[in-house]
Design a protein. Structure first.
Ligand code: NAD
Ligand code: TYD
Length: 354
């Protein structure tokens, strides 16, 4: 160990071709404390090899595998002598979970079960593996306008199917810490934005639609509040949590919240994007509300600040301009992922687009 940094870690990232996972993989490749970085991804609709195609490093390896395939997952842990898993693979979109919950239970709950059982199986062979379980503030439920932000002690109270499956996976991890004494930390972060986010989530969807001059669908009255954090700040928090867990600064089973201290209504977000692109507010269209739409998320990050000396660095104005510019200069990426599945999804949601 050098200072608070643990060295010679052999990392496996699940979901490393997704939005947050690809930023994490790049951060780990740039961090010499990590000897190996293995990216296990099933390449579902939101996972794209292009997100990692610029990584050219002998310490990095991609495995096209599902976390639900336990024999393959265990083989990878064994062959690569993995010492820490960053678990991000998930079905991640609330609207999809409202349409069909089955894949959410399969990946988010059963996939996490496979990871936990694999850790126990490898322990029997003498290989100890720590786990950073990447979860979400959505497990805490919804706040009223004057409620204090979620802390790590806020009761878990998921209110949509996606959040329920993430909460279930958090509880599974906690139960394995308590029952089998595995080494794990659970991170809960607010809404991320930044480059490489699949354009079904609010920010990239609105950027792309504004650029195309399409209507901008805002659910309900647009007054729902989210806390927005740039993806690189979240990734910094995930890596700090890993170091704190492995160095013993965090006790196994602890939860740690991350957020951007940046609460905004959806209407503010969309107006801001439209203004920065230089388009007209007339594109905004209020559409029927999402069923069971959580009113407000806000997150208290005092614990991360105190324990990890972590705080978000990217402010919204700079972050959103950088993100808009990234989508503008990556039309090829957008074109490659906006074929097929994405178009069908948009068509089902909002009717035919241009
Ligand atoms: P994403 O949808 O962009 O990426 C998910 C990745 O997981 C994809 O690459 C996909 O191919 C992969 N995947 C799905 N099923 C798999 C399986 N069975 N086996 C292997 N890989 C599989 O999601 P994201 O926004 O990057 O979120 C990553 C994690 O962070 C999720 O666990 C999510 O719950 C959590 N999180 C996201 C946010 C956010 O704002 N996006 C906020 C807090 C926490
Ligand atoms: P989203 O990006 O789906 O993240 P989450 O549901 O995990 O917070 O949505 C962010 C907010 O934006 C949420 O309150 C729903 C709202 N929203 C819209 O108003 N219109 C849209 O087209 C989308 C995708 C989301």
């Amino acid at each position: 160990m050098v200072g608070n940094q643990v060295t010679n870690l052999r990392a496996l990232v699940t979901g490393g071709c997704g939005f947050i996972g690809s930023h994490l993989v790049k951060a780990l490749v740039a961090d010499s404390n990590f000897l190996t970085i293995v990216n296990v991804d099933a390449l579902t609709y939101s996972g794209h090899p292009e997100n990692c195609s610029d990584i050219d490093n002998v310490r990095y390896k991609f495995k096209h595998q599902s976390i639900n395939d336990r024999p393959s997952f265990e083989n990878t842990l064994r062959e690569e002598n993995i010492s820490i898993i960053f678990h991000l693979a998930a079905e991640s979109h609330v609207d999809r979970s409202i349409h069909s919950i089955k894949p959410f239970i399969s990946t988010n709950v059963d996939g996490t079960r496979v990871i936990l059982e694999s850790i126990l199986a490898l322990r029997k062979e003498g290989q100890e593996i720590s786990l950073v379980h990447v979860s979400t503030d959505e497990v805490y439920g919804s706040l009223g306008p004057n409620d204090p932000p979620f802390t790590e002690l806020t009761p878990v109270n998921p209110l949509n199917p996606y959040a329920a499956t993430k909460a279930a996976s958090d509880f599974l991890v906690k139960s394995f810490v308590n029952t089998f004494n595995i080494s794990a930390v659970i991170t809960r972060c607010s809404n991320n934005y930044g480059p490489n986010q699949f354009p079904e989530k609010l920010v990239p969807l609105m950027i792309l639609k504004t650029r195309l001059g399409e209507k901008l669908p805002i659910y309900g009255d647009g007054k729902n509040v989210r806390d927005w954090i740039h993806v690189t700040d979240h990734v910094g928090g995930i890596v700090s949590s890993a170091n704190a867990l492995v160095s013993g600064k965090l006790t196994s089973g602890e939860v740690i919240n991350f957020g951007g201290e940046n609460e905004k209504t959806n209407l503010e977000i969309v107006r801001n994007i439209v203004e920065k692109i230089g388009a007209s507010d007339n594109l905004i269209e209020f559409v029927p509300d999402r069923p069971g739409h959580d009113k407000r998320y806000a997150i208290d990050i005092s614990k991360a600040k105190k324990l990890l000396k972590w705080s978000p660095k990217m402010n919204w104005d700079n972050g959103i301009i950088e993100t808009i510019l990234w989508y503008k200069s990556n039309d090829k990426w957008v074109a490659s992922i906006t074929s097929g599945e994405y178009k069908n999804w948009i068509r089902k949601q909002y009717g035919d687009t241009k």
